[in-house]
Structure formats: C-alpha cells, structure tokens
Design a binder for this molecule. Structure first.
Ligand code: ADP
Length: 171
C-alpha cells in the first residue's frame, strides 16, 4: 500500500478518463491528493481553480465513490515543491497513447533532478474507452454542442454548457 500519493493536472475540466485514474489510484493509497494546477502565466483556463476543485469533488461523488481518503487542493509553481511540502511518496500519472510517453519521461527525469525528496512516479495506463480523451477534446465537443455524456459526469456537462453560453454571449 502506498502511503501518500498525488495525482496532478489542470483538470480543466475533469473527464471520465481522469476519474478512472482517480478511482484506481484511491484503491492503491492511504491518502490521495488531487493537485489542481493553477499556472499564473496561463490565463486561458475555462474554469477557475475553485470551480475545478468543486467539479472534481462533485464528479467523484456522482460516480458513487467517497472522498474519505481524497484531498483536493490547488497549487501553482513546481509540482516537486508541493511533493516536498506535503511529504508525498508517489506521483501518479495517467498514460494514454504513445504520444504521452515522451513528455512523461522528460518530466519524470526533470522532477527527479529538481526534487530534494525521494519519490517514485507510477504510471497507470488509460482504460481503453478513454485512450484518446482529453479536456481539450471535451471543450471542443461542448463548443460544437455535441453529446458529452460519454466523456464527463453530468455536473461537468452542465458547467460546460453554461460556459459555452457565456462564450457565445460575448461574441
Ligand atoms: P495537463 O495539465 O498535464 O495537461 P491534465 O489535466 O490533462 O493535465 O491531465 C493530468 C493527468 O491525467 C496526466 O497524467 C494525464 O496524462 C492524465 N490523463 C488525462 N486524460 C486522461 C485519460 N483520458 N485517461 C488517463 N489519464 C489521463
């Protein structure tokens, strides 16, 4: 059993692919932290970090999973700094297609060089039905008024629809 793990990303918004990793990681760990990245230099998020945190918690609950050993928090800056601050043992990453692999290896090596704390990175492969699912694909579908139910939970679907209306109102 892993003591303390982190699964980090932008989750803008959380998809069923992310949820699948969260549910599987929760089973492997005593405590799972979900780190929501807020990059001050990146202003094109659809959802604020507060909204993203809320959507993550609601999605987990909507899936029928309890939040008992899960903590959701936002962070900016380097992930390794958060790993040191929170005394994390394992970093969980989701691996989709081969295209994720190159990037992940690069990040992994850099994290290892930067971190003063020793931690392992564990890759969980994406489930078949979510292999090509990403937050950006979900946003594209929402913009084009496509069917979202396969990809996100209903609370996220509602938030996406609201956001699209807001964006269309500005045009
Ligand atoms: P980033 O800000 O790195 O793009 P994301 O929020 O897209 O972060 O993803 C966070 C983590 O979730 C990464 O490890 C990513 O590979 C993984 N991930 C994203 N989509 C999926 C999916 N459909 N199935 C499995 N893992 C995924």
């Amino acid at each position: 059993m892993i003591k303390k793990a982190i699964y980090a990303g932008s989750f803008d918004p959380i998809t069923k692919g992310h949820l699948d990793i969260i549910i599987r990681a929760k089973e492997l760990t005593d405590e799972l932290i979900i780190g929501v990245l807020f990059n001050v230099n990146k202003s094109n998020y659809w959802f604020s970090e507060t909204k993203r945190i809320e959507m993550i918690k609601e999605s987990i609950l909507e899936t029928g999973i309890s939040l008992d050993n899960i903590r959701v928090l936002s962070f900016d800056g380097l992930l390794v700094d958060l790993i040191e601050k929170e005394n994390i043992d394992v970093l969980i990453r989701g691996l989709r297609a081969i295209s994720d692999y190159e990037y992940e290896v690069q990040i992994n090596l850099i994290n290892d060089m930067l971190s003063k704390r020793k931690f392992e990175t564990i890759f969980l492969n994406a489930s078949r039905q979510y292999l090509y699912l990403s937050s950006s694909v979900v946003k594209e579908i929402a913009l084009n008024k496509g069917e979202l139910g396969h990809f996100v939970t209903s609370n996220v679907e509602n938030m996406l629809k609201e956001k699209v209306e807001e964006l269309n109102g500005k045009r």
